[in-house]
Design a protein around this ligand. Structure first.
Ligand code: URA
Length: 453
């Protein structure tokens, strides 16, 4: 693998080619921004020449007036050019065999632990998975926070250690270095506080600049829609997926996307150690049907992108081969895959008040409750509680009886229970007179809504 860096500017400061106000006016007035101005404004913002208030005005103009495909593509390329690029094209196994690489990116959701079983599953078929992951902020969990619930596990690997593990084990999940797409780091923080996160050109370029800079050969996007996702409706999620697939392909990365449901939480757990436990159940051939369905669907798409098409990924969940890679992947990063996982000091149950069928279980409400119990952080850098979260004992479509436990809330700090219960108010419903066909449809609903690309 090689890493290339942007060339350092040296000597006396050159005069700037454009000024920020003219670029803002262009987009404000509904025009497209040409390549030279896009390159300049992204670079000048990264250098601190374009001020944050100017970039926030431009981000708002982009949110309101959009960008065409060429503009988004150029904006993405400019963000990639702001930092390092990794290149895994020379990666080999210890026996000298060339290794193809595949990566997955999820737009984020509640109970989304899929990366944990997915990376070792794909690696068990001989395709290397360099999964650079992040931490949770807000109601969605972060993969690194989840894995840190495993005693001893470390996310911070040197590039050499990461490469060695990729070659020897086939899968690595670690923290992304700060050198990839630094323009995005600055811009994302600005969008977060200026009401400009929800612009499809900005979300697509933000995600894809990092993924393309990571240098994977094949990429599968899990674009979520529903209450617990960025994109609440299917039409916007579809547009985001299409935009990102086009960006990946323009950059020479074999990219495809699954459109998936995030109106209910994935699986039966939301919270760090709770989600590790559920992931291990999936690796052992069990686990909730929706988590298994999505893991297998994403694995098939990643393997196809890397040229492996004649396999059924469910087999390596059933026969333990994915679990073998998981154990080696966790051990290689200092973790003990057989150690007991941390549990929260306190639990409380949420119970059904009537007999009936659970007809609603809102992903956002459960995510917020898990976060308030201590599974997530309010500010970057805060510690999370490994054992905190929500355990779901019933899923939409399940028949329940009065007094039955629907959810268990877990936390080390019991003063958090009240706020978590408030988050859940109105977030679930039991219907006393359910329509049997509707209940069956809820139970059998597929998590994968569509495939794009
Ligand atoms: N994730 C990102 O990395 N960027 C966005 O803009 C939204 C989600």
């Amino acid at each position: 693998m090689t890493i290339s860096s942007p060339s350092a500017a040296g000597g006396a400061a050159a005069p700037e080619s454009f000024d920020a106000i003219e670029v803002i006016r262009l987009k404000r007035d509904g025009h497209r921004i040409d390549d030279a101005r896009i390159d300049w404004v992204v670079d000048a913002y990264t250098r601190g020449v374009v001020a944050p208030e100017q970039m926030s005005a431009l981000a708002m103009a982009i949110l309101l007036n959009g960008m065409d495909r060429d503009e988004i593509s150029r904006w993405t390329a400019a963000m990639i050019a702001s930092g390092e690029r990794m290149d895994f094209s020379g990666l080999t196994a210890p026996d000298g065999r060339r290794l193809a690489t595949a990566d997955k990116h999820s737009t984020g959701g509640v109970g989304d632990k899929i990366t944990l079983p997915l990376a070792p599953l794909v690696a068990s078929y001989g395709v290397a998975v360099p999964q650079l992951s992040g931490r949770g902020l807000g109601h969605t969990g972060g993969t690194l926070d989840k894995l840190e619930a495993i005693p001893g596990w470390r996310s911070d690997l040197t590039t050499e250690a990461m490469l060695r593990q990729l070659s020897e084990v086939g899968a690595v999940i670690c923290a992304a270095g700060s050198g990839l797409a630094p323009a995005d780091k600055r811009l994302y923080a600005l969008r977060d506080v200026t009401g400009t996160v929800e612009a499809i050109p900005l979300i697509a370029s933000s995600i894809m600049s990092k993924k393309i800079a990571e240098g994977t050969g094949a990429l599968v996007l899990d674009v979520k829609c529903g209450s617990g996702a960025f994109m609440k409706d299917e039409a916007s999620a579809r547009e985001l997926a299409r935009t990102m697939v086009d960006l990946g392909r323009d950059a020479g990365v074999d990219t495809s996307a699954l459109l998936t449901d995030m109106s209910v939480p994935l699986g039966r757990t939301a919270g760090n150690a709770l989600e590790v436990r559920e992931s291990v159940e999936v690796l052992a051939g069990g686990g909730p049907a929706d988590v298994v369905e999505l893991t297998v669907a994403l694995a098939a798409a990643m393997l196809a992108g890397a040229g492996v098409t004649d396999v059924d990924p469910a087999e390596h969940l059933a026969n333990g081969r994915a679990m073998d890679v998981w154990n080696r992947m966790i051990e290689a990063q200092g973790g003990d895959p057989r150690a007991a996982l941390p549990t929260a000091a306190h639990t409380e149950d949420v119970v059904a008040e009537t007999d009936g069928v659970l007809t609603e279980l809102d992903a956002m409400a459960v995510g917020l409750a898990a976060w308030r119990l201590g599974a997530g952080r309010e500010r970057q850098g805060e510690a999370v509680q490994a054992g905190a979260g929500v355990e779901l004992h019933a899923r939409p479509g399940d028949r329940v009886v009065k007094g039955q436990t629907l959810m268990t809330l877990h936390t080390d700090t019991p003063e958090r229970f009240d706020r978590a219960r408030q988050a859940l108010e109105g977030g679930w419903a039991v219907s006393a007179a359910p329509d049997a066909a509707a209940a069956a449809a809820l139970r059998e609903r597929s998590v994968v809504l569509d495939r794009i690309g």
